[in-house]
Design a protein around this ligand. Structure first.
Ligand SMILES: *[C@@H]1O[C@H](CO)[C@@H](O)[C@H](O)[C@H]1NC(C)=O
Ligand SMILES: *[C@@H]1O[C@H](CO)[C@@H](O)[C@H](O)[C@H]1NC(C)=O
Ligand SMILES: *[C@@H]1O[C@H](CO)[C@@H](O)[C@H](O)[C@H]1NC(C)=O
Length: 366
């Protein structure tokens, strides 16, 4: 599979040409190899990508979000002060809004709430498809900010796969009350831990991913460097969060908008992408002490925005963020405080290991 725009990449950027060329070569080889290997159902869905390259399978921009995601108007499992609305309501109330290059997802910023009535309207969306070995690139211009906000980009299981916590959870973007840095976290059932020392830029916290340890803290890594979360992320024009999941590791990278080192394939949404050329991730979760087949089912990606609830709304967490009043009172009475409580996505791009045979197993070479 030749990628015609490779030539344009080469012509426009000498410094990127060798990387793109290498990726193109890997593509050709991968296709050749794949044609000759037989399906190996034991490794289906969990094998590493051949030669570490992946192929664009979904490019979700603007109105595409309505085709690739379902709206979940469920009651908030984390007890937030929100009502998740259905798709029709979210469009009618302008809580989701799409144009050619942008998808905005927000919480209501108009209503004053009856303290005994329902919460502030908000949105939670989930991909229609699920993924095992894949790369997901989130190009985010803006994330929800404000006291009481608890936004998340994450992935977990959905029926018919086993329900949470069986099947695991991967948090890519998460935080509360504007407090950076961003953290990447795994949550599993009992028996999955991470080594203390691993090749990553971020700072590990708890290394036991078991949801029963310390009230579902999970094995977490705080990102290093500036502008990974909240107001400073937004002021800087956002950036790229990227995950790679294979049979032997889960990695999360972040590049801020003006980072001169953001890889070309991430920045420009290339048709193929090669994470092993990107350098150390912010968070690296190997399968050394964690049997991924046992702890991680196929995952759907979820984007949600709740207010207060089990984390953001804890009295000490809320107060130590320098936020006024109580979380509930603030959310009920200050709609205008949520005018910046929105995500603006430039795109979400999903890459899979093979261009034509997404559900087919193959032998991993690395
Ligand atoms: C979700 O939306 C549907 C359709 O509008 C509605 O019938 C249902 O009651 C809603 N569920 C919740 C939990 O709000
Ligand atoms: C939102 O995302 C987080 C992932 O970090 C998850 O733990 C939580 O259950 C989600 N909350 C809601 C309300 O959907
Ligand atoms: C809906 O939201 C978008 C994005 O925030 C905004 O540009 C637009 O003006 C809003 N439309 C209305 C009718 O409020």
């Amino acid at each position: 599979m030749r990628i015609p725009i490779t030539l344009a990449f080469v012509a426009s950027s000498v410094s990127w040409s060798s990387r793109v060329y290498a990726a193109t070569v890997a593509t050709d080889v991968a296709v050749g190899v794949d044609a000759t290997v037989s399906t190996d159902s034991a490794s289906a869905g969990s094998a590493s990508s051949i030669f570490g390259s992946y192929f664009l399978s979904e490019s979700i921009v603007g109105h595409d979000f309505y085709n690739h995601f379902n709206w979940e108007n469920i009651s908030d499992p984390t007890h937030g002060r929100v009502v998740y609305v259905d798709e029709k309501t979210s469009v009618q109330h302008n809580l989701t809004y799409a144009k050619y290059n942008s998808f905005v997802l927000r919480t209501d910023n108009k209503a004053i709430l009856d303290p005994d009535g329902p919460g502030r309207e908000s949105v939670r969306i989930i991909t229609k498809k699920s993924y095992t070995t894949h790369v997901a690139v989130f190009d985010v211009r803006h994330m929800p900010q404000g006291c009481g906000t608890w936004p998340a980009i994450w992935s977990t299981t959905a029926p018919p796969d086993p329900s949470w916590p069986n099947g695991g959870e991967v948090d890519i973007v998460e935080g509360v009350n504007d407090q950076g840095p961003n953290a990447a976290t795994l949550h599993t059932t009992t028996g999955c831990t991470m080594p203390e020392t691993r090749p990553q830029l971020g700072t590990p916290g708890q290394n036991d991913c078991d949801w029963l340890v310390n009230y579902n803290t999970g094995c977490t890594v705080k990102m290093s460097g500036p502008n990974t979360y909240g107001p400073s992320f937004n002021a800087n024009g956002g950036g790229w969060f990227v995950t790679e999941r294979t049979g032997d590791h889960i990695s999360v990278w972040f590049w801020q908008r003006n980072d001169p080192k953001v890889p070309f394939d991430v920045k420009y949404g290339s048709p193929i992408t090669t994470p092993r050329t990107w350098g150390k991730p912010q968070a690296f979760f190997p399968n050394t002490n964690c049997d991924f087949k046992k702890f991680f089912a196929p995952h759907h990606i979820i984007i949600n925005l709740t207010l207060c609830g089990d984390w953001a709304g804890q009295a000490d967490v809320y107060a130590s963020s320098g936020c006024p009043s109580t979380c509930l009172d603030y959310v009920n009475n200050n709609p205008a405080a949520f005018s910046n409580a929105y995500f603006d996505f430039a795109s979400v791009r999903i890459y899979q290991p093979t261009p034509f045979l997404h559900n087919r197993g193959h032998h991993s070479t690395f």
